[in-house]
Design a protein around this ligand. Structure first.
Ligand code: FE2
Length: 442
């Protein structure tokens, strides 16, 4: 039975889904109409796919499991069902004319939304008959977070669109002085990874379960994310030309792609510009550098350091000098705009020292927001992992040793995904993510 309390939980989640739709609608408004069939990142689908995908995902998830609704366009349900993540270098080759018109796709979006909304608002008989309240809540959470995750990965994609094909948006600037990075001592201790199924804790994806603890030896970690200024020294020291800093696989990739600098940097005379979301800017030396895992690992080798493991990153962020761990790096206060660069306030990075209150118990600054942070840990299940029955490949398709766990969050990460257990992952040669790193030394 669906109780009164769970009705209101479903209603609240439905509102959050509508807010998330407004978020992605605003995002697509950035794209000028003539660019909707473009493919700003060669490894990904054309933009038009994502316009349809966000609705097809919700529709395919809810239609039969939750709402007893019939498909009205099975071709679109399938066409827009899945994104792509090619790891072998093969690129999609479809042509714009193979995709439906914008009018058809937008029409599909409107019908899906109105049918889902009507069913959730008035069709709870079906919900009551077919589903437990907890399944309804879980599926709604999945739809909300799936959409919010796309709001972030779509920002990476739109970042690569030429400026002439985007409508500019305002973003508040953050000013801060020069940065001297240093290492911070982290004492040994136990760290919790993941969420316990026993907790009545917030929603978590399959890869966040089961909770597990790990003992971490003492180590030292960069106080701030590695900055553009620090990375510039690596580049000027010949870091991109010296194979000894790169694994053979990473070197081969870098040579084949002729990569000579971070993808967000643009050579300009003797110096560099930063390719921001809406305009080119002078390279801010106190912003975190955004690079692939391969480039981050090369820098770390050059600096005679390493990337943190997932457990080390977690310990540095949430650990304390006592046994307890903090819910957020800075303490117990819920995320808000004074604490960091996250939750869609900005598009571009902020100085690493721009939010001094975003500080862990050990004095590590800025671990939540302003750029995901690569770890050296391949993305893998925690003991007790069980895939969602309704989305079996969400994580399991990526437990292949070819993706690395990332923690933290970026300017385009929703506040709900700043929870301690949330994990992100990407392949090591994907340069478009808003991701940087810290160094660790023993
Ligand atoms: Fe998706």
């Amino acid at each position: 039975m669906v109780t009164q309390g769970s009705f209101s939980a479903v209603t609240q989640l439905h509102r959050r889904l509508q807010d998330a739709r407004a978020n992605t609608d605003r995002l697509f408004q950035i794209v000028r109409e003539d660019a909707l069939y473009g493919r700003p990142i060669p490894e990904r689908h054309r933009i038009i796919f994502y316009v349809g995908h966000l609705e097809a995902f919700d529709w395919n998830l809810f239609r039969e499991r939750l709402l007893s609704l019939r498909s009205f366009s099975s071709g679109f349900d399938q066409l827009f069902a899945f994104g792509i993540d090619p790891v072998g270098g093969e690129l999609p080759s479809d042509q714009p004319e193979e995709w439906p018109s914008v009018v058809e796709v937008r029409n599909y979006v409107q019908i899906v939304r109105s049918r889902i909304d009507n069913a959730l608002e008035t069709g709870l008989v079906a919900l009551e008959a077919r589903s437990s309240a907890s399944l309804a809540e879980t599926l709604l959470q999945v739809a909300i977070e799936h959409r919010l995750m796309h709001a972030e990965t779509l920002a990476y994609m739109l970042h690569q669109l030429p400026y002439s094909r985007k409508n500019m948006q305002h973003q508040p600037a953050v000013q801060a002085g020069p940065v001297e990075n240093e290492f911070v001592d982290i004492p040994s201790g136990e760290v919790t990874l993941g969420l316990s199924r026993k907790d009545s804790s917030p929603f978590g994806w399959d890869n966040e379960f089961e909770a597990t603890t790990e003992r971490v030896a003492a180590f030292r970690i960069s106080k701030y994310m590695v900055t553009n200024g620090e990375f510039l020294r690596f580049l000027q020291a010949g870091g991109y030309e010296n194979s000894e800093y790169w694994s053979p696989e990473d070197w081969q990739w870098k040579e084949k792609q002729a990569i000579r600098h971070p993808i967000f940097w643009e050579p300009s005379g003797p110096g560099w510009l930063y390719r921001g979301m809406f305009e080119e800017l002078p390279l801010a030396l106190n912003w975190p550098v955004y690079v692939s895992h391969a480039e981050a690992s090369a820098y770390a080798r050059w600096a005679k350091a390493s990337l943190p493991t997932e457990a080390q990153w977690q310990r540095a962020s949430y650990g304390t000098h006592l046994k307890c761990e903090r819910p957020y790096a800075w303490g117990t206060v819920a995320p808000n705009p004074t604490l960091g660069n996250f939750d869609f306030t900005r598009w571009d990075p902020a100085p690493v020292n721009g939010f001094p209150a975003n500080k862990s118990a050990f004095g590590v600054v800025g671990q939540l927001g302003n750029g995901w942070e690569w770890t050296s840990t391949p993305f893998a299940p925690f003991p007790g992992f069980q895939p969602f029955e309704f989305y079996p490949g969400y994580s399991a398709n990526f437990f292949d040793g070819r993706h690395f766990a990332m923690k933290g969050g970026s300017a385009r990460t929703a506040a709900c995904m700043l929870r301690r257990s949330f994990r992100n992952w990407f392949q090591p040669h994907y340069q478009y993510v808003y991701a940087g790193f810290r160094c660790v030394s023993q």
